[in-house]
Design a protein around this ligand. Structure first.
Ligand SMILES: [Zn+2]
Length: 587
């Protein structure tokens, strides 16, 4: 790896020197003129994120890779009559953001259903559903997602576990089933019509790893936590079955298009998709062959049994080659739920729900079997773990599997997705074992204001988002948004990473902030490393993909409070300008 990078740099330097010679001399002993670049960006402050190259003024691109970086002077030799020259006029450019953990199809789908991210209270949710019901046909399902009770200005007095009962929803939608996903993705809210469609009545037992939340009188409130969500799946699948295969494909193509639009507008050039079935991967493969994937995907296999994976993983292993838009070499598992929905698996019970310490969503021995299968087929394992118990159990699983197989896990780059709350005893284990902490900066500041209500102040301070300790003990920390849990706003997550500034204006344990450089690396090179793709992505090193984002200002030097004002001006994927801001304000 190191060797090939060096040789690319050497080639680039030779090219740059060659160009200088050809311009300064017209005798025929001068080296042949260099091939002009297809694209040149110049006059900017370009962070290469490559320690040996540092910050440069200009960059030359041929086809889908970077040819050279350097001063305006050095790169001018690559400008020919056909070269598209982009004047940066002092703006900032950097490697395209890599979204380290998101949900690709859900991102697209979120654009097709009710967006409840920005509602201020439950009444507003009910009003939005009422409008949708007016437009719906009898029996149509109403879908929405993004609500979060802790972000509202008020909750109804008769709320159960802080979440409303579904009476008002039943009043506006007596006949149309309604399913509203929690922002965390770890609970849904259903009206009575949806509960009935799912066969849920007051006597239905909680499924393993899930809760049907009930009133003190025993009536289901509508809130279905974690695995209880699945009770609606059959009837939703039946409803979706009304579409012809062509209509379904069209719907899914639209999702990919909408997800791509969002990603590109936010400077994201690669997306780590935290979970797709083999069938979805087949669909992505078809789109890749058509050249229809808007950005590059690093897809984790999910929703398949261990038996299916053991049989089919070899057929689905796709490592990056050429100008690659689809990589598959990892598996996603999920040991616990989310803190907001009291699903994160904790070492001690919740302060505000003392009868539980969270939920185990997928059995430890089943995940362990997956890890063995992954090892056998050369796949990476990426396990969702949020609570401190979940993180410990996952580290234990990884260690046990490696020990049993007598392998050094360090080269395997297995990840823990989110790794939000970690007991201090387990923090150094990430660095020691080589387990990647696949975190999302924005979760910290978004959840910060209410985390102490779940964990209490002391545990929050000791276990929550310990980036500084992770980095200092040698862990690779990645970054992202978990979109659609949070908007796919890399600038917002970068700002959260360097400031830990929450919405209420306080800093959440600021001793753990990342430096600007660390945060930039977490969003580029570290995400590339977490996907085994640092030889083609993550820095603007000659020879790598020309995946570049142009920002309105330098996020390494602008005053901290000004970071969120940064706009994404241009997004380039494989040398192709795929997004340009129309001008005016952000978005
Ligand atoms: Zn996720």
């Amino acid at each position: 790896m190191k060797k090939s990078l060096c040789s690319v740099v050497v080639i680039a330097i030779t090219l740059a020197l060659g160009s200088a010679c050809s311009r300064s001399s017209d005798d025929d002993t001068a080296p042949a003129a260099v091939t002009p670049a297809d694209l040149v960006l110049r006059g900017g402050s370009i962070a290469t994120v490559d320690a040996t190259l540092g910050t440069v003024e200009a960059i030359a691109v041929n086809d889908y890779t970077i040819t050279a970086v350097g001063s305006n002077e050095e790169i001018s030799g690559f400008i020919g009559p056909e070269t598209n020259v982009v004047e940066l006029n002092g703006r900032f450019a950097m490697p395209g953001f890599i979204e380290g953990h998101g949900h690709w199809m859900s991102l697209g789908e979120a654009k097709q259903i009710l967006d409840l991210n920005n509602v201020s209270n439950w009444d507003e949710v009910v009003r939005m559903v009422a409008v949708a019901v007016d437009k719906a046909k009898p029996g149509d399902w109403i879908f929405g997602r993004g609500w979060h009770q802790d972000k509202w200005d008020s909750v109804p007095d008769d709320a159960v576990d802080g979440v409303p009962r579904n009476d008002t929803l039943n009043a506006v939608s007596p006949d149309n089933p309604v399913q509203l996903g929690h922002a965390s993705g770890h609970a849904v809210f259903a009206n009575d019509a949806a509960l009935a469609a799912g066969g849920i009545d007051d006597d239905t037992e909680d499924p393993p790893g899930g809760t049907i939340v009930r009133t003190p009188e025993g009536k289901a409130t509508g809130l279905l936590r974690e695995n209880a969500e699945d009770l609606l799946l059959d009837s939703i699948a039946e409803y979706e079955g009304r579409l012809t295969p062509d209509e379904t494909e069209q719907l899914h193509r639209e999702r990919v298009y909408l997800a791509g639009e969002e990603a590109l507008a936010h400077g994201v050039t690669t997306f780590h998709d935290a979970g797709a079935s083999f069938a979805e991967i087949d669909f992505f493969r078809m789109l890749e062959q058509e050249g229809a994937l808007p950005i590059r995907l690093y897809v984790m296999v999910r929703y398949q049994t261990n038996e299916e994976m053991d049989a089919l993983l070899p057929d689905y292993r796709m490592v990056s080659e050429g100008n690659d838009y689809l990589t598959v070499r990892s598996i996603k598992r999920q040991i616990d739920g989310a803190l907001g929905a009291h699903g994160a698996w904790l070492l001690e019970p919740y302060v505000d729900l003392p009868d539980t310490a969270g939920l185990v969503l997928e059995p430890v021995d089943d995940i362990e079997r997956t890890a063995e299968i992954a090892l056998k087929h050369g796949y990476q394992v990426n396990t969702h773990a949020i609570g401190d118990r979940a993180n410990r159990e996952t580290l234990d699983i990884y260690e046990r599997v490696w020990d049993a197989a007598a392998v050094d896990g360090k080269d395997l780059r297995w990840r823990i997705e989110h790794s939000q709350h970690i007991d201090p005893a387990d923090v150094p284990r990430f660095g020691e074992l080589g387990v990647i902490a696949a975190m999302q900066g924005i979760h910290c500041t978004s959840d910060g204001p209410w985390i102490p209500s779940r964990l209490g102040q002391e545990r929050t301070g000791v276990t929550s988002y310990p980036w500084r300790d992770l980095i200092n003990t040698g862990a690779i920390v990645t970054n992202g948004t978990d979109v659609p849990v949070e908007p796919i706003d890399a600038i917002a997550s970068y700002y959260a990473s360097v400031s830990r500034m929450t919405s209420d204006g306080t800093r959440f344990y600021p001793e753990h902030v990342m430096t600007r450089e660390e945060a930039l690396q977490s969003y580029t090179l570290n995400n590339a490393i977490a996907a085994f793709e640092e030889d083609v992505k993550g820095t603007l090193t000659p020879g790598k993909y020309a995946d570049i984002v142009v920002l309105s200002q330098n996020i390494l030097t602008v005053e901290e409070a000004g970071i969120p004002d940064t706009t994404v001006d241009m997004t380039i994927v494989g040398g192709e300008i795929r997004y340009e801001r129309a001008g005016g304000s952000k978005n």
